[in-house]
Design a protein around this ligand. Structure first.
Ligand code: SAH
Length: 325
C-alpha cells in the first residue's frame, strides 16, 4: 500500500480491512497470543507531554516509586503465574539510574523471562548498559510523525532526538517497539499514514497503537473527542500496520479496552497477537493514571477472554520470528 491507498483505507469504514488483517495475522504469527506482564514501577515523570496524566505539572496525583525489592517481587509473581515476558514501564524518573536499573534487570532475567523496558528517552550508553544487563526489548512510541504536532505536544523535547533513540535501540540489537496515538487534536489522516509508513521504514519489531483519551489534569483535558471514533480509527491504523508488517508483534492495547469493554477482543480479531496484563499491585496501578478509567483487568479475566475467541496462550517468550522475503 502506498500513502494514498493508506489514506483512502483509513477514511473508509469498510470492514474488509479488518478481515484481511486478521487473515494475515493468522498466516504469519498464528493463533498464539503472547502475554507480557506489565509492571508500572514509577509514575514520577520529569516530562510535560500535553496528553499524559503523569506529566510533571499535574499536581493532582499521588506520586509513587516502587522499591527494587517490590519490582522484583511483582516480576516473580508474574513468572509464577506463567508469564514469560516482564515489561518495566515508568515515567521518566531520574531516580532510577543505570546502576539501579541494571541490578533490577539482572535479577528479573535470572527468573528466565524476557525483559522489555518502556522508560523513555535515554542516552546511547544507558541503552547499552541495560542491554548488557540482559534487557531484550524496548518500547518507545514516536507518538506522532507530524513534526509540528509533535512539537506542540512535547515542550522541551525534540522529535529528532526521539527518532535517534529508536535507531540507537535498533543498532544495539533490541527488539524495538514504537507506535502512535490516534485521534489527537489537530492530527490528520495524512500524518497517520506517515506514521504507518515510518513503522515500516524503521522495520519495527512491535507496534503499539492506542486511541488518545483526554485526561482532565492535562492541557488537552477539555478536548472535544469522540472516543468511539478514536477507537475505530486506531483499530484501522493497527490493521493496516499488520498488513504492511506481517510478522511483527502487535498488542491489543489497554487504551482500546478502556474505551469499549470489548476493545481488546476487537483488536485481537483485527490483527493483534499480544496482550499486556497489568501485574502492578492494586494500589499503584490505580495511581498510574496516564488517562482516566484505565482498564486494569486481571490476568485470569484476560485469559478467559482469549479462550472465548478460540485463540491460544503462547508457551514461549514470543520473540519476533522474522520472515525473510
Ligand atoms: N515514559 C515512557 C512511557 C510512557 S506511558 C515513554 O516515554 O515511553 C506509555 C504510553 O502511553 C505513551 O507512549 C503514550 O502513547 C500513551 N499515553 C499517554 N497518555 C495517553 C492518553 N491520554 N491517552 C492514550 N494514551 C496515552
Amino acid at each position: 500500500m502506498n500513502k494514498e491507498e493508506i489514506i483512502n483505507t483509513l477514511k473508509s469504514d469498510n470492514s474488509d480491512l479488518l478481515i484481511k488483517a486478521n487473515n494475515i495475522r493468522k498466516q504469519y504469527v498464528g493463533d498464539e497470543i503472547h502475554l507480557r506482564g506489565l509492571i508500572e514501577f514509577s509514575n514520577i515523570c520529569s516530562r510535560t507531554c500535553f496528553y499524559c496524566g503523569l506529566r510533571y505539572e499535574n499536581h493532582n496525583i499521588n506520586r509513587y516509586r516502587l522499591s527494587k525489592e517490590e519490582i522484583i517481587n511483582l516480576a516473580t509473581i508474574g513468572k509464577n503465574a506463567g508469564l514469560q515476558t516482564i515489561v518495566l514501564q515508568s515515567g521518566e524518573d531520574n531516580y532510577f539510574n543505570s546502576k539501579t536499573l541494571c541490578q533490577i534487570i539482572e535479577k528479573i532475567k535470572s527468573l528466565d523471562v524476557a525483559v522489555t523496558l518502556s522508560i523513555g528517552e535515554k542516552t546511547y550508553q544507558e541503552y547499552k548498559d541495560y542491554k548488557n544487563a540482559g534487557a531484550d526489548r524496548y518500547l518507545l512510541r514516536i507518538e506522532t510523525t507530524d513534526k509540528n504536532l509533535y512539537k506542540t505536544l512535547h515542550p522541551n523535547m525534540s522529535f529528532e532526538h526521539r527518532m535517534e533513540c529508536l535507531y540507537n535501540l535498533k543498532e544495539l540489537g533490541y527488539e524495538t517497539g514504537t507506535g502512535c496515538l490516534v485521534g489527537l487534536p489537530n492530527q490528520t489522516i495524512e500524518s497517520l499514514a506517515d506514521d504507518i509508513l515510518f513503522f515500516k521504514k524503521l522495520d519495527a519489531d512491535m507496534i503499539g497503537i492506542g486511541p488518545f483519551i483526554p485526561h482532565p489534569g492535562t492541557p488537552l483535558g477539555n478536548s472535544n473527542i469522540d472516543l468511539i471514533k478514536n477507537l475505530n480509527l486506531s483499530i484501522r491504523v493497527m490493521a493496516i500496520t499488520r498488513i504492511l508488517l506481517k510478522d511483527i508483534n502487535i498488542p491489543a492495547t489497554t487504551a482500546m479496552e478502556s474505551i469499549h469493554p470489548n476493545g481488546r477482543i476487537i483488536a485481537l480479531k483485527s490483527g493483534a497477537n499480544v496482550i499486556m496484563p497489568n501485574i502492578t499491585d492494586e494500589l499503584h496501578k490505580k495511581e498510574y493514571e496516564i488517562y482516566p478509567d484505565k482498564n486494569n483487568e486481571s490476568l485470569d479475566t484476560l485469559i478467559t477472554k482469549i479462550k472465548s475467541i478460540n485463540r491460544l496462550i503462547a508457551n514461549n517468550k514470543g520473540f519476533r520470528k522474522k520472515i525473510v522475503s
